[in-house]
Design a protein around this ligand. Structure first.
Ligand SMILES: [Zn+2]
Length: 165
């Protein structure tokens, strides 16, 4: 377990589906941005899953190509290192909602959180001189995670969608 951050595409919202949904009236977008089916019928749910796996648009698994993954050990190390460098309140979304050591399964950042994260990453980039006072390896890891998270944030803001974990 660790961190898997992703952004679902907006092909349902934009009507860019190549294959129509089997139950379009039951299709909705969940709060994490994922297309879901409003049904408890296991057969319909299964058809929905198969439809998403086709995929019905040009995006594999209906995800935009900007995911970020890290192992639990890696994430907790990053959290510890960054908390040491920054005052905790300086990056509440990054340290409290993204890089924390617990299991992330199923939660998400709202678009508002994504905007806050974007500001935090900008601040962090400005604070990089103090970050680079760290050991070479830690500094490199942090520079890399900032780069990847900025890409993820940019992707989410471009389609105005949440970041799902
Ligand atoms: Zn798509």
């Amino acid at each position: 377990m660790g961190l898997d951050a992703m952004v679902f595409c907006d092909c349902v919202e934009k009507g860019r589906l190549r294959v129509p949904h089997p139950y379009p009236r039951s299709l909705y977008i969940a709060s994490n941005g994922s297309p879901e089916i409003r049904s408890k019928d296991p057969l319909k749910v299964d058809e929905h899953d198969k439809w998403m796996n086709l995929p019905p648009c040009k995006h594999e698994q209906m995800l935009l190509p900007a995911g970020y993954s890290g192992s639990a050990t890696h994430i907790s190390h990053l959290h510890e290192t960054l908390s040491g460098v920054l005052r905790k309140r300086a990056c509440p979304v990054l340290l409290g909602k993204v890089l924390y050591s617990g299991t992330h399964c199923g939660d998400h950042l709202t678009v508002r959180d994504v905007r806050r994260l974007s500001n935090e990453l900008d601040q962090l980039k400005e604070a990089l001189p103090s970050v680079t006072a760290l050991s070479g390896e830690d500094a490199q890891e942090i520079a890399l995670v900032i780069k990847e998270l900025r890409r993820l944030v940019k992707t989410a803001l471009k389609v105005n969608k949440p970041i799902a974990f």
